[in-house]
Design a protein around this ligand. Structure first.
Ligand code: PBG
Length: 342
């Protein structure tokens, strides 16, 4: 056996800064295991909150046409779904309710036997470990479809806060683990914190929809939740998509009011806001990968225009890379299956 001698050559120049050909970034991309070692961001089932739509009735499991793979569930079928999610390892769900009856004050929203209260009890009984997050808002429950009390054609901020307090306390009393105010009223986090504390729920965290934009990506959700505004739009309370600095002020004020987790919504068109929030604050950040974002991927996938699974994982990875700790996504179930199979 001969030993190969490597011939030593003097280099032409001494450089202190590593650059090509010394620096070759491709060296660490040559095999999957090398890539695994240097991968900066990974998706885990631990990251996901799965939204569920609950409706009155029996034996209901109706697919939502614009959100394939997602359903309207009746309370009697919820336990089975909760168990399936728990077996997949998904840590939490977010509940949205379709009431039997709508009125100006959204009264089913804070009724003891309201749809979300019933659903919460059913899930907590069947799968006690599954975290139940409830959306605290009024648009699904009000006849006018706005997120608060309307007077003279305008959503009344302070009057609405008292309703959010009732809703949040009734959700906590039904067993909700986390309440998530999404109505974008000023002071909603402080109001809900005070109400929870005064009613024996000092340990119930608030996941605040802190920077929620007046986005057209909510289209499929509003159809699924039957919650479009019957006049006007939500621009007087949700944020202008053009405003990044203002989003940080929203985040800052929600933290000051006592938010335990802050949410940026939607996610994909707002990755810059997620990143700036991550750089500036040390609170847990949630990002809502909303219905329109989901529907676009599904539609393109069904048309064979994209590789749906790869595109989904790439998009969700981008949300984590931007700085989100947790992601609300209609993809959560399928992603949990893919990650398990991988
Ligand atoms: C309720 C609410 C909305 C969404 C979550 N909570 C709709 C809206 O603000 O009109 C949208 C979620 C989605 O599009 O997936 N206020």
């Amino acid at each position: 056996m001969t030993l190969t001698t490597i011939q030593w050559r003097p280099s032409d120049e001494l450089t202190t800064v590593a650059r090509f050909p010394t620096q070759r970034l491709r060296r660490l991309r040559r095999s999957e295991n090398l890539r695994r070692l240097v991968r900066e961001t990974t998706l885990s089932v631990d990251d996901f909150i799965y939204p569920l739509f609950v409706a009155h009735g029996h034996e209901v499991r109706d697919e939502i046409s614009s959100m394939p793979g997602n359903y309207h569930w009746s309370v009697d079928r919820l336990a089975g779904e909760g168990e399936a999610l728990s077996v997949l390892g998904i840590p939490a769900v977010m509940l949205f309710g379709l009431p039997a009856h709508k009125d100006e004050w959204g009264s089913e929203d804070y009724a003891d036997d309201g749809i979300v209260q019933q659903a919460t009890r059913a899930l907590k009984q069947a799968v006690p470990d599954l975290i139940v997050v409830t959306d605290v808002c009024m648009c699904e429950y009000t006849s006018h479809g706005h997120c608060g009390i309307v007077r003279d054609g305008e959503v009344q901020n302070d009057e609405t806060l008292a309703y959010y307090q009732r809703v949040a306390v009734s959700h906590a009393a039904a067993g909700a683990d986390i309440v998530a105010p999404s109505g974008m009223m000023d002071g909603q986090v402080a109001a809900i914190r005070a109400a929870l504390d005064a009613n024996g729920f000092p340990q119930t965290p608030i996941l605040a929809y802190a920077a929620k934009f007046a986005s057209s990506f909510y289209g499929p959700f509003r159809e699924a939740a039957d919650s479009p505004p019957q006049f006007g739009d939500r621009q007087p309370y949700q944020m202008d998509p053009a405003n990044g600095r203002e989003a940080l002020r929203e985040v800052e004020s929600d933290i000051a009011e006592g938010a335990d987790i802050v949410m940026i919504k939607p996610a994909l068109a707002y990755l810059d806001i997620i990143r700036q929030t991550r750089d500036r604050y040390d609170v847990p950040i949630a990002a809502y990968n909303v219905s329109g974002e989901y529907a676009m991927v599904k539609a393109a996938g069904r048309n064979g225009w994209i590789d749906e699974q790869k595109v989904t994982l790439e998009l969700l990875t981008s949300i984590k890379r931007a700085g989100a700790d947790m992601i609300l996504s209609y993809h959560a179930k399928e992603v949990a299956r893919w990650l398990r199979a991988a």
